[in-house]
Design a binder for this molecule. Sequence first.
Ligand SMILES: Cc1cc2nc3c(=O)[nH]c(=O)nc-3n(C[C@H](O)[C@H](O)[C@H](O)COP(=O)(O)OP(=O)(O)OC[C@H]3O[C@@H](n4cnc5c(N)ncnc54)[C@H](O)[C@@H]3O)c2cc1C
Length: 457
Amino acid sequence: MMNYDLLIIGAGPGGIFSAYEAKKLNPDLKIGLFESGNSLERRKCPIDGVKIKSCINCKTCGIMNGFGGAGAFSDGKYNITNEFGGTLYEYVGKKEAIDLMNYVDQINVENGGQDTKLYCNENSHLKKVCMQNDLHLLSANVRHLGTDINYIVLENLYKQLKDCVDIHFNTHIDSVEKLEDGYRIISGDSSWTGTTCIISTGRSGSKWMGNICKSLNIKTKSNRVDIGVRVELPYAIFSTLTDELYESKIVYRTEKFQDKVRTFCMNPRGVVVSENTNGIVTVNGHSYEDPARYTENTNFALLVSNHFTEPFKDSNEYGESIARLSNMLGGGVIVQRFGDLIRGQRSTESRVRESFVTPTLTATPGDLSLVIPKRQLDDIIEMIYQLDKVAPGTANDDTLLYGVEVKFYNLEVELDKNLETCHKGLYVIGDCSGVTHSLSHASASGVYVARHLYGNK
Ligand SMILES: Cc1cc2nc3c(=O)[nH]c(=O)nc-3n(C[C@H](O)[C@H](O)[C@H](O)COP(=O)(O)OP(=O)(O)OC[C@H]3O[C@@H](n4cnc5c(N)ncnc54)[C@H](O)[C@@H]3O)c2cc1C
């Protein structure tokens, strides 16, 4: 006799939406949802900017782990597009992928997001302006929930799940065993069995996922990591883009190395934050829907994609090594003025203090050229000058660059079109599958597998 019909590991967007949809399709299902981190209200990052100014490596990270996953305190930008955020469409088809993302959007709207805005850039004149400057604006509809509304949506989803799904918080699953007719998952001295198992352990569970794949002989590959900086500048400089589009994903191919650089995670009037992935401190950004929490700055990442070929297999280790260098030199995140970088001088406390842009994150003034490899740094500088053509002022001396921002890609797990592994009844969804890298794609993958399992076939 199994404990559950369905075991779900990880309560991020992927896990939450698979539980939500499975329960909706079959209310009699017995579902166990297992999460390393805390419930939503107990998730706390100890950094208060006064007593604790930087990451102290908590056992489970309040930002990355717990109900809501890595997305809980995110900016809550749900990008409805096949152009970025994952390759779900390769498995389910382009139309189905968009339909799934729209369905997720509808649930978010019904659960607290009703007053938020859906931005669309399909017919924007800015597309042409970008193109005239060899910059390529990717198409997307973007629902911006904002960190505050995103939290409310999660609270509402939790209220609906808590009485009909067994949610086990602070339960890190150590291993997954295949049984004759299902799966056993083990956490310390405890274990649970289930007929079907969905793994949705996200980015923070990436290494863990690799070990599970090894133990169950599931094929994987890993060949990509994106490295760059977070740019912070006055809101006014980017307002032409952000007022109309909110988030603009712009891609540029550099002249020198022919590398692709892209803007990522744009936060108008937002704040720069540090984040901790497996003990490595990197940089990220947030913004709030509530005008009372607006800042005077906009921040976004500039990332260079690095694709590796044989014999190198561990692209994430490459990214981690660079992040470790910045942690070693700066004790965490390093900040540098663009003007200092161009003149080959480090930024100092006084240069940053005298800058016309006030940093929203306390970071160590330093020299990013000691950390980021020349190729990627040249790419970033070239992109900043290019962006200056559509948003004059981007290349000002006082523009702040925080480093490093690393976008780790999970290893790609070999899956069939239903996101099922070579083991019947074992599914891998969300960011830990390597198929998705975003809130809407991860959530959509959860809905998709639940429908495959319990919907009308
Ligand atoms: C600061 C920040 C801002 C972001 N902003 C955006 C944004 O605006 N828009 C966007 O599209 N994306 C954003 N992202 C990315 C987005 O959050 C992720 O793509 C998304 O959360 C992936 O969902 P997931 O369910 O696959 O994984 P996750 O959200 O990572 O959830 C996985 C969960 O599994 C748990 N877990 C891991 N291992 C185990 C284990 N062994 N046992 C039990 N539980 C385990 C973790 O604790 C975690 O809660 C942001 C990410 C961060 C960190």
